[in-house]
Write a protein that binds this ligand. Structure first.
Ligand code: GLV
Length: 325
């Protein structure tokens, strides 16, 4: 069986694949150019990819023998699931293993923008620190405030668990309400989105990007947020109308934002990079050595399950696909 691996993999994941497949690997830290991807996928049975590779009808039409796609990500909005399912292609992803690491990073962004950590770093490096100042780089307290979590799946709940150490009131919004036991254990309250936006000092997004969730936070929603609130996004860029966010940040209606993902990633909306009250990260919320190793291994196991063992993988994104598994 032949597989295409679109990026250099951690050694452990590569070793899992080596003895079972003929591997064509784009052995680089950079994303594979689209034309090369389309060419090299043509004769493959399996594809191990990242969220930078769009798996759409065009790609599938170039790879008539493809039986499995494994993405090293929890999100799969870069994959046309219906087109894969129609062709009997199993799609696997990597939920679970990145939950805690991503929640840690949402907090890193929240704390960094509330307490102006990056601005402080720049201040020092540019030689501007002359003496301790009573009003130097004043930020906002985090403890005791209200945290609004939009999307209350694994990652949203992991973010909520961390909030108790900060003595925060936690509200959440999700189309599916959590079980009463979960709400009680985490001390969280389910509210609708407008109420969450009106009441929260910090709003953090953990929803997936699917039908109807683009611009979940648009101009109207931003207008509902508390003056001086912060927005954190470690989920997907298109959930937020970035132009409306830039406007609110420029006008000082919002105090700050911590962003790991962008509407037109890797491009930034005009004006975003010039704002001092935003902390920008290059989609790195799951980027710990341990977690990225686990994600790559889980994706490799997904390919092995489908192509070698002929069994249903642990995390199939299209379980209703007409595969023989
Ligand atoms: C990262 O964004 C992922 O979906 O794993």
């Amino acid at each position: 069986m032949k597989i295409l691996v679109t990026r250099r993999l951690p050694e452990k994941a590569f070793a899992l694949l080596k003895s079972h497949f003929e591997i064509d690997c784009y052995d680089s830290e950079e994303a594979m150019p689209r034309e090369e991807l389309l060419k090299r996928v043509a004769d493959k049975d399996g594809l191990l990819c990242l969220l930078t590779e769009k798996v759409d009808a065009e790609l599938l039409s170039r790879a008539p023998g493809l039986k499995a796609v494994a993405t090293i990500s929890v999100g799969f909005d870069h994959i046309d699931l219906k087109a894969c399912s129609d062709r009997g292609i199993a799609v696997t992803h990597t939920p679970g293993v990145l939950t805690e690491t991503t929640a840690d990073f949402a907090w890193a962004l929240l704390l960094a923008c509330a307490r102006r950590v990056v601005e402080g770093d720049r201040f020092l490096r540019t030689g501007r620190y002359k003496a301790w100042g009573l009003t130097l780089l004043l930020g906002a307290d985090v403890h005791g405030k209200a945290l609004g979590i939009v999307g209350f799946g694994r990652i949203g709940q992991a973010v909520a668990r961390r909030a108790s150490g900060f003595g925060m009131r936690v509200l959440y919004h999700d189309s599916k309400r959590a079980e009463a036991g979960v709400e009680a254990a985490l001390g969280v309250r389910s509210v609708n989105l407008p109420e969450l936006l009106r009441r929260s000092d910090f709003v953090t997004l953990h929803a997936s990007l699917g039908l109807g969730s683009a611009h979940l936070i648009g101009e109207k929603e931003i207008a509902l947020m508390k003056p001086g609130a912060f927005l954190i996004n470690t989920a997907r860029g298109p959930l937020v109308d970035e132009a409306a966010l830039v406007k609110a940040l420029k006008e000082g209606r919002l105090a700050g934002a911590g962003l790991d993902v962008y509407e037109k990633e890797p491009e930034l909306a005009p004006g975003l990079a010039e704002l001092s009250n935003v902390v920008l990260a290059p989609h790195m919320a799951s980027a710990s050595v341990e977690t990225r190793t686990r994600m790559a291994s889980l994706a490799a196991e997904g390919l092995l399950d489908v192509l070698i063992h002929g069994r249903r993988p642990a995390h199939m994104a299209n379980p209703s696909a007409a595969t023989a598994l």
